[in-house]
Ligand binder design. Structure first.
Ligand code: GLY
Length: 460
């Protein structure tokens, strides 16, 4: 965890924003994967980490916004635990490490919350996403478990999002470290990308790198020759010459900050002509989009700009036609890029998505579009210094989508479906970097990971 002053300050800022009531932050508990005592690798809740930093299961943090009181609820280990887990720091010592001086056993939490409710106090909490947390919250608050998500505190969500959206310098340094791990993962993948190699072998190697350098992957690795499936978690293929391999993979640091990088590599040593054509268009969209990121511009504008670069490139090689601005306005390019240009990044790979995608990426002035493609943009807001997000344009040849649109003659004034089918062997190409908005521009975070054709061919 960081120094305790970091957490003390964050809680003070939250207290100023919230003014009244009690906030209950339930940390995560161990989660079984095939029987109770055989658990998944523990991952602490990101909001609990942000305000309390304790990376241990079974703790709860309470902030009283009226009195300023802060309490950690958790259990000291007993001799049975010590036999299996070794000696552990006391709850009081752990709590002092994040600047909280009052502690109680976890069993006292119910009494504390009941007393607050009897006094008519508001208990704010954030939307729970794990079954265990939903059941605990419902039981503590005497609510229907099915209502817990919808009854989460709007003011707490908005206050937390306002804080976590602007990254502190120590957080930016963590994300750079996470990109450094991703550098090793991606360069390893590029070097292993030879005909005959099993996708699973590369996948396992990358996951191993993330664990040996940090807290593991920041999301399940996407690695496949079938990059047209945007989140392809099937790694059963054997690499074939002439195909592309898409690798979308990031790591968490030991403090749980994420990176999220995508690279696309030709299997074999060189890009063939068709691969080069499509790759260069996506690379241009990636570079132009990153160039456009600065305070005052918006991620919605960046999405539109990248879409126009993609449509222009696709028109140049005969897959699209007509006026590029009109084609993008009509959403024709979304046949080839049916996703948004990027999302926020931080303690979560889709940062704060659990607090509500529209609260994180949209506001009163910027509303979500319902057009296919643009509707999937997770973050559309005007940039502010301290925002960290991904820029990840792609071109995909999804046979089922091409067949569907073609049968409907959808937007056929802008799309040459016969030409599009010729490019099916490409599968998909995505190139993704992690970007910080600075006071007067932007910074691509971490050591640059090879992405030009020349850099990749040299590495191969
Ligand atoms: N990189 C995976 C995702 O953005 O969902």
């Amino acid at each position: 965890m960081f120094e305790k002053e970091v957490y003390i300050k964050r809680r003070a800022v939250l207290r100023d924003k919230m003014e009244h009531g009690i906030a209950l932050f339930l940390g995560n508990v161990e989660s079984p994967f095939n029987y109770k005592s055989n658990t998944y690798k523990f991952r602490q809740d990101s909001n609990f980490l942000y305000y309390f930093g304790l990376d241990i299961p079974g703790f709860a943090g309470v902030m009283d916004f009226d009195s300023g009181k802060e309490i950690i609820f958790g259990n000291d280990v007993d001799i049975d635990d010590i036999i299996w887990m070794g000696v552990q720091p006391s709850v009081a010592d752990l709590a002092a490490g994040c600047g909280v001086m009052e502690t109680h056993p976890l069993g006292k939490l119910e009494e504390f919350i009941s007393a607050a409710k009897r006094k008519g106090r508001v208990v704010h909490y954030l939307p729970p996403y794990r079954g265990e947390t939903i059941m605990t919250l419902a039981s503590l608050l005497g609510e229907n478990p099915l209502a817990m998500e919808s009854k989460a505190s709007d003011s707490l969500k908005r206050s937390v999002i306002a804080m976590r959206s602007i990254k502190e310098d120590i957080e930016i340094a963590e994300i750079e470290d996470a990109v450094a791990i991703a550098y090793d993962m991606h360069v390893t993948a590029m070097k292993m990308c030879e005909p005959g190699v099993r996708e699973q072998e590369i996948y396992g190697r990358l996951e191993g790198i993330s664990l040996s350098a940090g807290a593991g992957v920041s999301f399940p690795i996407i690695l496949s020759m079938n990059g047209q499936t945007l989140h392809n978690h099937d790694h059963s293929g054997i690499l074939e010459e002439g195909r592309f391999m898409v690798v979308d993979a990031g790591a968490e640091t030991n403090r749980h900050y994420a990176s999220d990088i995508t690279r696309t590599t030709p299997v074999g040593r060189r890009f063939n002509t068709m691969q080069r054509e499509i790759y260069e268009i996506v690379l241009k969209a990636n570079i132009e989009a990153i160039k456009a990121t600065r305070p005052g511009a918006s991620n919605r504008d960046t999405h539109i700009l990248a879409s126009k670069v993609l449509a222009t490139g696709l028109k140049d090689i005969g897959l699209m036609r007509g006026d590029v601005d009109e084609a993008v306005m009509a959403g024709a390019h979304a046949l080839f890029m049916p996703h948004g240009i990027g999302h926020m990044l931080g303690l979560d790979v889709h940062d704060m998505e659990g607090l509500g995608e529209n609260l994180v990426g949209y506001d009163e002035k910027v509303k979500r579009s319902d057009q296919f493609g643009l509707a999937f943009l997770r973050f559309a807001l005007q940039y502010q210094p301290g925002h960290v997000f991904t820029i990840e344009p792609g071109i995909y040849f999804i046979p089922e989508l091409i067949d569907m649109w073609s049968a409907e003659k959808k937007l056929s004034e802008f799309i040459d479906y016969d030409m599009a089918r010729k490019y099916l062997p490409i599968g998909g190409v995505r190139i993704e970097d992690n970007v910080l908005i600075t006071a007067d521009g932007h910074k691509v975070l971490g050591k640059p990971i090879p992405k030009s054709i020349e850099e990749i061919e040299n590495l191969r």
